[in-house]
Design a binder for this molecule. Structure first.
Ligand code: GMT
Length: 387
């Protein structure tokens, strides 16, 4: 199949999922066209089956806001025609589903029918999409998609609760490519740069937005390090980072916390980690938690949104109510205190991650694509017959 994938190219779950999905589809012989405003961060390799088309938004002094949707929908029209693309898969409803719908309509005028699959990722529904200023356009573009998928049951339930949706929503969980997780973690010098032999390594990875509850990460770590020797690795960048650095100084733990910024070495960092913290206010899925588990790292998380579908309480880690930092810290200590317990949780984390192996999830997307393309062809035949 020839598929256009529209996504955000930045460090962030939806862009990562879209990129990994496209790369795996390409490996399986499909022709994949990534269409976005800059090369997705995890799209390192271009090959015969992987194309990247940049959306440029020309600046004009009249514009206070640059019309990205307009440029994106025009680019989609051009690329669909140039490469005979058969299907659009847009990740994150805002504004991708809206731009995709406009592209579909423009192409229809020229006699080209192309189906659109929209994948809902989380904040496009829960935080941003639900804002009254966006809601009518988000509702419209979800309802106009040919197929709608959501990354968890919780996100599906929220979408149906918050929006007037007339379409079926298919749950396809996020996935992980386990085969690529083999890191030479026993190179001792790397670990020793980060922590002393006796210190447990605790990690948090995110875009440091408010929803991640970064101060909770620091507070949980503070409680842990009072009981056992430990280091905290904070990976990522975003609006809450500075505040987090200040909090570490105030608590007198700055020497025990390393801020990395955005990194392309997530797997290596995780391979040295003993525990992952994700105390988010809400998380439709929690891809970072899955990435941690795929590197055998147990997870202490909140129990909000889709997290209970990914992290299993008492097995791959523990879940607590949002903000309950005391319980999160005491659960972390339960896991970290003894090597035998930690090793059991590590094995369980990996076992849990295996459920989300890309090999099991990718065929679900392929089946949806095939059906959407077939349905669209059928509709085209029917409408020709009517004429
Ligand atoms: O976490 C974010 O704010 C980024 C956002 C994104 O779109 O990149 O993440 C959402 O999509 C991820 C991939 O499906 C999910 O794993 C995250 O849980 C979800 N974030 C939230 O729901 C807050």
């Amino acid at each position: 199949m020839k598929i256009a994938i529209v996504c955000y190219p930045t460090f962030g779950g939806s862009g990562v999922v879209a990129t990994e999905l496209g790369l795996e589809l390409a490996r399986r012989g499909h022709e994949i066209h990534f269409i976005t405003y800059s090369q997705p961060v995890r799209l390192a390799l271009l090959n015969a089956n992987v194309h990247y088309h940049e959306v440029n938004v020309p600046e004009y002094p009249l514009f206070h806001y640059q019309p990205y949707e307009l440029a994106l929908s025009s680019k989609l029209v051009d690329m669909v025609k140039l490469y005979q693309i058969e299907l659009l898969h847009v990740h994150y409803a805002i504004p991708h589903a809206y731009a995709g719908y406009m592209a579909k309509q423009m192409l229809k005028e020229e006699g080209i029918k192309i189906p659109m699959v929209t994948t809902l990722h989380g904040t496009d529904i829960t935080l941003v999409g639900n804002h009254p200023f966006y809601k009518p356009a988000v509702t419209f573009s979800i309802n106009k998609s040919d197929v709608v998928t959501s990354v968890s049951q919780s996100l599906k339930d929220n979408t149906l609760k918050l929006f007037d949706i007339k379409k079926e929503i298919v749950v396809i969980p996020n996935f992980i490519e386990l085969d690529t997780k083999k890191i030479d973690s026993d190179i001792p010098c790397y670990r020793s740069v980060l922590a002393k032999q006796e210190e447990r390594i605790i990690t948090h990875i995110s875009n440091f937005r408010k929803v991640k509850r970064i101060p909770d990460v620091i507070k949980i770590f503070n409680k842990i390090q009072k009981k056992i020797p430990a280091k905290l690795l904070m990976v990522g960048d975003g609006p809450e980072k500075e505040k987090a650095e200040r909090l570490c100084n105030e608590l007198g733990i700055a020497d025990k916390v390393i801020f990395f910024g955005n990194s392309n070495e997530i797997d290596r960092i995780l391979s040295y980690s003993d525990l992952f913290l994700l105390p988010s206010e809400t998380e439709s899925f929690g891809l970072a938690a899955l990435e941690a588990m795929a590197c055998s790292v147990p997870v202490i998380s909140s129990n909000s949104g889709g997290l209970p579908e990914v992290n299993f309480d008492g097995f791959s880690g523990y879940l607590s109510d949002v903000g309950n930092v005391d319980e999160m810290a005491s659960n972390a200590l339960k896991i970290l205190k003894e090597d035998t317990i930690l090793n059991k949780f590590k094995q369980n984390a990996l076992k849990t991650a295996r459920k989300f192996d890309i090999k099991n999830i990718l065929p679900l997307y392929e089946a949806i694509y095939h059906k959407a393309i077939e349905d669209s062809k059928e509709k085209a035949v029917l409408s020709k017959k009517k004429i």
